[in-house]
Design a protein around this ligand. Structure first.
Ligand SMILES: Cc1ncc(COP(=O)(O)O)c(C=O)c1O
Length: 379
C-alpha cells in the first residue's frame, strides 16, 4: 500500500532525522567499487529545441521497416522469456561470418559481452591492459571485476602504442582490450602492426579486438579481427548491432572466439539478457544488410565531408574510421562543447582532452562544421 504524504505548512519544521537515520548501518559493499567513475552516456539533445545529438556515436537513421516489423511482432509475446541461447541469431551470425556456431557468444550489447569476458578471465590480483584514452567502459568494467587497470597512453599521433602495450604484459595480465578503430580518437590499426603485436602476446593472455565500428572502416589495410582470430585461440572479436545496424536501443552484441572462450562467455552471460525483439531485429538486420550498409556508405561519405571541412578550417583531425571525429582541444574542450551546444549540436567532451563528435544527418553535420569554423575564427 502506498503511503500518503502528509502536507505541512511552510512554517512547520519537518521532523529531524534521528542520529541513527543520519548514520544508518549500510550493507557492506565491495571495496573494489570505491571510486569507480559512473559511465557517462552522451548527453541527450534538449527537448523543445532543434538540437542534434552527436554525443553517443549512434546511427541517425530510424529502423528499416522490415527490421521494425520483426521487433514489433516479437514484442507481441513479451509475456514469454526470450530464447536464452539466441539460437536463431547465433545460426544467422555463424552463416554470415563463416564461423562455427560454437564460436559465437551473444550478450546485452557488446559492452555486456566485454563484462562477460572480464568475469571469465580476471579478478583481484590480475591485470587488464588497454590504451588510454579509449572506450570509457574499459576502466569501469575492469574495476568492477576487481582486476587492476594498466593504461598505456596513446602515442602523440593518437594511436595505440602497441610496442608499449606488449611490453606492459606481466605474469598477472589476463586480458588486453584493443579498440579498433579506437573510440574516441577514431583511428585504425592496420593488419601488419596488429599481427606483430599478437605475435608478442603470450598465448594464455586473451586479446579482445573491439570492433564496434568495423562496418565504417574503409582503409584497405585495416586489420579484420575475424581473419586474425582464426588461427589464434587467444583472440576474441567483439562486434555490435548498435552502431552500423542502428539497434543501439535494443542492446545486442556478440563475440567470435574459439570454443573455450565462447563457452566461458555463455557461462558468464546474464540469463535471458538479450530480449526476443532484439534477437529478431538483429536477424532481420542481417537479412537487410545490403540496405543497411548503403546507409553506412552515406554516413562514410558524410564523415569524409566533415573531415575535409574540418581540415579545410585548419583543424588537426586523426584519420577517422568510425562514425565520429576527434578534436584534441586541451583546455578549450569545454568552451568548444558549449559553442556547439549553442549552435544546436550536442557533442561529447572529455574535459581537458578533446571532443568526440558523431557523424550524423547532413543538417547536423552542417551545424557542427559552422560551429567549428566560428570557434576557430573567434579563437
Ligand atoms: C568501442 C566500443 N565498444 C563497445 C561499445 C558498446 O556498444 P554496445 O554495448 O551498444 O554494443 C561502444 C559504444 O559506444 C564502443 O564505442
Amino acid at each position: 500500500m502506498s503511503e500518503q504524504a502528509t502536507p505541512h505548512s511552510a512554517t512547520e519544521a519537518p521532523e529531524q532525522p534521528s542520529s541513527q537515520d543520519r548514520n544508518p548501518v549500510m550493507p557492506r559493499l565491495r571495496r573494489a567499487l570505491d571510486g569507480i567513475p559512473g559511465y557517462r552516456p552522451g548527453r541527450p539533445a534538449a527537448p523543445g529545441t532543434v538540437t542534434y545529438k552527436l554525443s553517443s556515436n549512434e546511427n541517425p537513421y530510424p529502423p528499416l521497416p522490415g527490421v521494425l516489423g520483426e521487433a514489433v511482432r516479437a514484442a507481441e509475446s513479451f509475456n514469454r522469456y526470450p530464447d536464452m541461447f539466441c539460437t536463431g541469431l547465433t545460426a544467422a551470425l555463424a552463416g554470415r561470418f563463416g564461423v562455427p556456431q560454437s564460436h559465437i557468444a551473444t550478450g546485452v550489447g557488446s559492452v555486456g559481452v566485454a563484462q562477460q569476458l572480464l568475469q571469465a578471465t580476471a579478478g583481484p590480483g590480475d591485470e587488464v591492459i588497454y590504451a588510454w584514452r579509449s572506450f570509457e567502459a574499459y576502466p569501469i568494467l575492469t574495476q568492477i571485476s576487481g582486476a587492476a587497470s594498466v593504461r598505456v597512453p596513446l602515442t602523440a599521433g593518437e594511436e595505440h602504442d602497441l610496442a608499449a602495450m606488449a611490453a606492459a604484459v606481466t605474469g598477472r595480465t589476463r586480458l588486453i582490450f584493443v579498440c579498433n578503430p579506437n573510440n574516441p580518437t577514431g583511428n585504425l590499426l592496420r593488419r601488419a602492426e596488429l599481427e606483430r603485436f599478437l605475435d608478442r602476446v603470450p598465448p594464455e593472455v586473451l586479446v579482445v579486438l573491439d570492433e564496434a565500428y568495423r562496418e565504417f572502416v574503409r582503409d584497405p589495410q585495416a586489420a579484420d579481427g575475424l581473419e586474425l582470430y582464426r588461427d589464434r585461440p587467444n583472440v576474441c572479436v567483439l562486434r555490435t548491432f548498435s552502431k552500423a545496424y542502428g539497434l543501439a536501443g535494443l542492446r545486442v552484441g556478440f563475440a567470435v572466439a574459439h570454443e573455450p572462450v565462447a563457452e566461458a562467455l555463455r557461462k558468464t552471460a546474464l540469463p535471458f539478457g538479450v530480449t526476443q525483439p532484439a534477437q529478431e531485429a538483429a536477424i532481420a538486420s542481417l537479412g537487410a544488410e545490403a540496405e543497411l550498409l548503403r546507409r553506412v556508405d552515406a554516413l562514410v561519405a558524410e564523415r569524409d565531408r566533415v573531415l575535409a571541412g574540418l581540415r579545410g578550417q585548419g583543424w588537426t583531425v586523426p584519420e577517422p574510421q568510425g562514425n565520429f571525429v576527434w578534436l584534441r582541444l586541451h583546455e578549450a574542450t569545454m568552451d568548444f562543447a558549449a559553442a556547439c551546444d549553442e549552435a544546436g549540436v550536442v557533442v561529447r567532451p572529455f574535459p581537458g582532452e578533446g571532443c568526440r563528435v558523431t557523424v550524423g544527418e547532413p543538417e547536423a553535420n552542417d551545424l557542427f562544421l559552422a560551429a567549428a569554423a566560428a570557434f576557430r575564427k573567434a579563437g
